[in-house]
Design a binder for this molecule. Structure first.
Ligand code: GLC
Length: 742
């Protein structure tokens, strides 16, 4: 009966649509309004309620009554439920048991793949290939949609300059341009051109806003920054997602400049009015109730009122809306029109997803069988893994470079807790990644170096000081012709609620590393982590270092392809690597200060115990061929506001291996009405070079590319002198100068 009612409503509007030449937008609004008119207040509030199914726990609280709430029409949205079988069961509850039969949204944290896991987003940004990230999102959406999902809580657009913060793993690093391009690419990948397509899902920009800059790098902690820094550094990726048409936004747990994001004026004033977003804003897990400990709400009803009025449409898991909104409306503390505003947004989203036409659209068992872990997904997992890793060092060992390992030595020892590890290869937020499908490092090496004798020893774990495994590890190293150290973090040592005050190798791994190096065998260090680690000792004592991040399902094969030279490393760091946590926050686009470091002058900005420079700078990464940069040229020394400045730089592959080089372009505004960074990334090109090949790479800049927030917080370009720089990374650049005149 219920479903018939929805069908009748739909047919009426389809017929009416034929009668007049109305737009689909008109149809949607007419449908939503008519359905809204049918709904009781309780049912409206149900559409603003999102509960976890309990299958996967991604937060502190769990309410097991979610099935009951669904049948009562008091929960219209579920997350952490997946598979066609399970989601069909829940959808049937909503369609057949609730009075109006409004279909459920099924959300999930598909952050870097659903069942087939791709590299963590921070790693994927090191490819400097937004198109790669888009393809990852397209395929993740396909696998998620085949598994009964229609909404992902991704992309994470939070930039970070602080690797103590564990969720740096989920974003695209420190730079506004790189972060914007990757965030927009992921939105477009998930959503495609048509949300109702059964291969696409709704995306969710998160976490609004500035979640990546908590004081002391401690997750959920206070964020307090100037609006200039917020607008210039942290906002661009959020804006890029809105411009890319993201369907939903998630508010962040943190406060920003005194306002908890969940009830902040930024929602209405910036997200909706300034940026024009009118989609669903969902809170983070239980965050409405957290307005009480934040100290802005006296009780949960007060919290619910603040959040709904601020524009938080959907309540994830706190239950505050379900328990308090009806009373607030009846007491006149909230106008029902405010509830209706939020409900319309949710119903529009369900309409756009095609759920009213066919609530079982994403629930086809045959498709699930065909798509999950398909060859297409597994092949992409390898490709993305290869392109996300960064070769940090490749120096000769006893006069000869170890990498690439062209002819596999007879005996290879793989030593460390990542040697034959599956689950940690997938990294944080691997959601429903299937660990049994993961290719371990040992397996990847055996796939690549079939004729070598490859053996593993764990040596130690990720925690504590147990060195009982060292003896076996040393014996194996002494047996071998080559040692591959497989070390780093496990999947819960970064990600949510995983800030670290010391970002060195966890557990006894540093001691293991030093012990193995002491054997005098040739050692390659392969690091698996969700953040930059302070690997100074390794940088000083080990000739070859590959940063594999957390590469996902095909991680072992990807590492083996890079170590063997099957694929020449092309990744460049999307985030700065500090020497120690004392340097944090550390990033490339610093201000010059009035006393920039001068080695000949005591009274300049420096540390007594470490250099100012990071261990590895933003944009850094090498391949197996040396790339030479020369002849930076601009087509004019003076440009006016209407002109385009053309820039060119020549690059040559002077090595013996084909290479993909990320040529980076930076500018510096030498004098402004406010201080300006010493450099800002403005463009980049990833260029293929055969051995010996030379190419000239060109860029174009206009006055608009030089805008910033001036002394009056106006987003403008000021005339004056500029530097333009090009090179392989942010700390190695050819520079020339031009003047911009009105
Ligand atoms: C978590 C995270 C958020 C995630 C949500 C649902 O606490 O902060 O990123 O989407 O809960 O799992």
């Amino acid at each position: 009966m219920k479903m018939i009612r929805i069908i009748i409503v739909t047919v009426i509007f389809l017929l009416a649509g034929c009668a007049e030449n109305r737009t689909t937008q008109d149809d949607k609004e007419q449908f939503v309004d008519s359905l809204l008119a049918e709904m009781t207040l309780k049912e409206k509030i149900g559409q603003l309620t999102l509960y976890t199914s309990g299958w996967t726990i991604t937060g502190p609280a769990l309410d097991s009554n979610y099935r009951k709430y669904i049948t009562e029409g008091r929960c219209g949205n579920i997350f952490n439920a997946h598979t066609v079988a399970y989601n069909t069961e829940l959808q049937r509850l909503a369609i057949e048991k609730s009075r109006l039969g409004i279909p459920l949204l099924f959300g999930y944290d598909v952050i870097h793949g659903h069942r087939t896991i791709f590299p963590i987003p921070l790693a994927e940004a090191c490819s400097w290939e937004p198109a790669l990230a888009k393809k990852s999102a397209v395929l993740a959406a396909k696998e998620a949609a085949a598994s009964g999902l229609n909404w992902t809580f991704n992309p994470v657009a939070d930039l970070s300059r602080d690797p103590r913060w564990g969720r740096i793993a989920e974003g695209s690093g420190e730079d506004p341009l790189l972060g914007s391009l990757f965030t927009a690419a992921r939105v477009k990948g998930y959503q495609g051109d048509n949300l109702s397509d059964s291969n696409t899902i709704a995306a969710c920009l998160k976490h609004f806003a500035v979640y990546g800059a908590p004081e002391a790098g401690r997750d959920y902690n206070t964020v307090d920054l100037s609006m200039r820094t917020i607008r210039e550094v942290y906002f661009p990726p959020y804006q890029a997602a809105i411009d890319a048409g993201v369907s939903t936004v998630m508010a962040s747990f943190n406060e920003i400049n005194g306002q908890p994001a969940t009830s902040s004026t930024y929602i209405e004033d910036i997200l909706r009015k300034e940026w024009g977003f009118d989609g669903v804003l969902v809170t983070d897990y239980g965050a409405i109730a957290e307005l009480i400990p934040h100290g802005v709400a006296t009780d949960s009803a007060h919290a619910g009122m603040l959040a709904l009025k601020a524009g938080a449409d959907m309540d994830m898991q706190s239950g505050v809306y379900m328990q308090s909104l009806e009373g607030l409306v009846k007491e006149g503390k909230i106008d029902e029109s405010t509830v209706n505003r939020a409900v319309r947004r949710v119903l529009r989203l369900k309409y756009d997803l095609g759920l009213f036409e066919d609530p079982y659209r994403y629930l086809d068992a045959q498709t699930e069988t065909e798509v999950v872990h398909s060859e297409e997904l597994m092949d992409h997992a390898l490709e993305a893994g290869r392109r996300s890793m960064v070769l940090l060092k490749n120096e000769p060992y006893k006069g000869k470079k170890i990498l690439p390992v062209m002819n596999a030595p007879a005996r290879i020892a793989v030593i460390g807790p990542m040697a034959d590890n599956r689950i940690d290869m997938m990294g944080s937020w691997h959601a429903s990644g299937d660990a049994q499908m993961v290719v371990t490092l040992e397996e990847g090496l055996k796939n690549r170096f079939g004729n070598a004798d490859i053996r593993t020893a764990m040596g130690c774990g990720f925690y504590g000081n147990d060195i009982s495994g060292f003896k076996e590890a040393v014996r194996l190293a002494e047996w071998s012709d080559l040692v591959i150290l497989a070390i780093g973090e496990n999947y819960v040592q970064s990600g949510e609620a995983a800030s670290r005050s010391d970002i060195g190798l966890p557990g006894a791994q540093q001691q293991l590393t030093e012990t193995i190096v002491k054997t005098g065998k040739p050692v390659v260090a392969v690091l698996f982590a969700g953040r930059p680690l302070t690997i100074n000792w390794i940088d000083e004592h080990i000739p070859a270092i590959l940063y594999a991040w957390q590469p996902g399902t095909r991680g072992g094969d990807a590492v083996a392809d890079l170590l063997s030279g099957e694929y020449n490393p092309s990744g460049k760091l999307s985030v700065t690597f500090p020497r120690n946590v004392g340097q944090i926050p550390i990033y490339y686009s610093t201000k010059n200060s009035g006393r920039p470091f001068n080695p000949d002058d005591k009274y300049t900005s420096k540390y007594l115990d470490v250099p100012n420079e990071p261990l590895y700078p933003f944009g850094y990464g090498i391949g197996y061929s040396e790339i030479r940069y020369s002849d930076l040229q601009i087509d004019r020394k003076v440009i006016s506001f209407g002109d385009t400045l053309h820039i060119s730089v020549t690059i040559e592959n002077v090595g013996e291996y084909p290479t993909e080089e990320v040529v980076q372009l930076y500018t510096r505004d030498l004098v402004g009405s406010v201080t300006r960074p010493v450099k800002e990334l403005k463009d980049f090109r990833k260029v293929h070079l055969e051995a010996g090949e030379e190419k000239t790479v060109t860029f174009a800049l206009t006055a608009d590319d030089l805008r910033f927030y001036d002394i009056d917080m106006q987003f403008v370009t000021e005339p004056g002198d500029f530097h333009v720089m090009a090179g392989p990374h942010s700390a190695e650049l050819l520079t020339t100068a031009f003047r911009l005149e009105r």
